[in-house]
Design a binder for this molecule. Structure first.
Ligand code: PLP
Length: 395
């Protein structure tokens, strides 16, 4: 029996395939320096793990509501009011199995075959694949280095047709670390006026911003408020990748449909995880662990960006958010894929090909600096060696 046609174009995540290949080289005794995975190297803060253990002991082991407990939903609302200046009703919140399933829920709830969806290029690639599963037509809008990774509004306007149903926004963005300015989002809002287009805003990196920059949710722009569905989660800021916890905040008019649909996809996330996440949101101001991790990421970013920009063949902008550097490798004369292979084989440094995230990623590689400072120092030393070797080759 053949599986459904909609699965034909799917492949295993290239980031995971690359990580598996590198792990195999490590198992063969090769020293490798890994800058591939978007996974913080910190343990989950202990007050969150303790809350989970207590919840299991207290009997939070039965079916939860599809959208999470009232306490969880209220904690999400309180967080958004306190930190983002956005007031929501707890009914607007739906718990999800990570931001990844939130994306699946939102896209499969809105996109019919033939609908058009606007997705950033480059972008963490699950959105494109989920849109394809829906039979939707993906149109990408470029986020270019020369434009400080902001949305080119003239290009965006040209991409919109009567079939455009959704625009995906991700700020801070994976893989580029770019943060969209309020002015840029206001430009988007102007284009969206009188258009029936849903904004799907992936805000999973919103707490990880640097140099005093604040990530602005499109929902903060008054005319986008009722059009914006927010996706967020616990993996990145709280270092909880393995907990698989996230959420959607939807305008009230879509709440019932999304709630029912989510019930068919996952029927809720574990009750004890919900308790731990509620504690994470409510008690974080007391423990400040996110801020400590953010501060560490900022130091690592500063060090790495400075070292990269000392080289002749590699360069990068100062990323304002997330924990990625999108390193320009055009002066090496290699393609993104060739450069990745060359660095792995000759220097034991593993990064991710920019093209995994879209055609705009050609000439770039993604570096995740969610790695220890020792790893980062060792990686930078090897990048300098690679740079000297390119110079010796006359590049
Ligand atoms: C932009 C973006 N959205 C969503 C996700 C998925 O996150 P989660 O672990 O919450 O499923 C990731 C993970 O790397 C991401 O980079």
């Amino acid at each position: 029996m053949k599986t459904a046609d909609r699965l034909e174009s799917l492949q295993l995540s290239k980031i995971r395939m690359l990580s598996a290949k590198v792990a195999e080289m490590q198992a063969q005794g090769r020293e490798m320096h890994m800058f591939t995975l978007g996974q913080p190297d910190f343990p989950t803060p202990s007050y969150i793990s303790e809350a989970c253990k207590k919840a299991i002991d207290d009997g939070y082991t039965t079916y939860p509501d599809y959208s999470g407990t009232p306490a969880f939903r209220q904690a999400v609302c309180d967080k958004y009011e306190r930190e983002n200046g956005l007031k929501f009703d707890e009914q607007q919140v739906i718990s999800t199995c990570g931001a990844a399933q939130a994306a699946y829920l939102v896209l499969t709830s809105f996109l019919n075959p033939g609908d058009e969806v606007l997705i950033p290029n480059p972008m963490y690639n699950i959105y494109e694949k989920i849109a394809e599963i829906c039979g939707a037509v993906v149109k990408t809008y470029a986020l270019k280095e020369e434009n400080d990774f902001q949305i080119d509004l003239a290009e965006l306007e040209k991409l919109i047709t009567p079939k455009t149903k959704m625009m995906v926004i991700c700020s801070p963005n994976n893989p580029i670390g770019g943060v969209l300015t309020r002015e840029n989002l206001e430009g988007v809002a102007k284009i969206m006026e009188n258009k029936d287009i849903i904004i799907c805003s992936d805000e999973i990196y919103e707490r990880l911003v640097y140099d005093g920059v604040k990530a602005v949710s499109p929902a903060l722009i008054p005319s986008l408020r009722e059009k914006t569905i927010i996706i967020n989660g616990f993996s990145k800021a709280f270092s909880m990748t393995g907990w698989r916890a996230g959420y959607v905040i939807t305008p009230m008019q879509y709440q019932e449909k999304l709630y029912i649909h989510c019930g068919f996809q996952i029927s809720g996330i574990p009750a004890f995880v919900l308790e731990a996440c509620t504690t994470a949101l409510n008690d974080e101001p007391k423990y400040n662990t996110v801020e400590k991790m953010r501060g560490e990421f900022e130091k690592r970013r500063n060090y790495m960006v400075e070292e990269i920009n000392k080289t002749k063949h590699f360069s990068c902008l100062m990323p304002k958010g997330a924990f990625y550097i999108f390193m320009n490798i055009k002066k090496t004369g290699m393609t993104s894929a060739e450069c990745i292979d060359w660095l792995i084989v000759n220097y034991g440094v593993a990064m991710v090909t920019g093209t995994i995230f879209g055609s705009e990623g050609e000439g770039f590689v993604r570096i995740s600096y969610a790695a220890s400072m020792d790893e980062i120092k060792a990686g930078c030393k090897l990048l300098h060696e690679a740079d000297a070797a390119l110079e010796a080759m006359g590049k």
